[in-house]
Design a protein around this ligand. Sequence first.
Ligand code: ZN
Length: 181
Amino acid sequence: MKIHKDAVVAFHYVLKDKAGKTLDSSAGQAPLEYMQGHGQIVPGLERRMEGASEGDAFEVVVLAADGYGERDHEAMLGMSRDDLPQGLDPQVGMQLAARHPEGGMVALRIVAVSETQVTLDANHPLAGEDLHFSVQIESVRAATTEELQHGHAHGAHGRHDHHEEHAHEHGPACQHDRNVN
Ligand code: ZN
């Protein structure tokens, strides 16, 4: 079957930056499984997936705007060290999770530390990067009724981005790994 909206797709990928450095890869892991048409993979890759079939392999360059977005310089914020959780020893590169005022969690990376202040960056680590994907499609199948209700894949190896929001809907049979992206 071909990939179209609501198809459950499992694929292997290697993600490189412009310079050819590997940023991420599914090699040695289960293929990444997602449901087409629900924004669970970056928009440029999801568009390229449309109409592809099991066994297809392709390369695609996804520009930053169709990937994790351009870097937003407004998304940098300074914070007094006194406002950090007690006992936290801030280090550059450390990632903190903060509750977003409109709900959900946002990941903040520490990008600078001084004696009194830390600087946090809310941009996705791959914001501003053009993404060079090599993709191998392992399987394409129709979604189950439960997957359609939830709007995401439920494979044994299923991973998706919004587990926390949907955790309450999920019975014991529904297992999700936290997505690394
Ligand atoms: Zn679910």
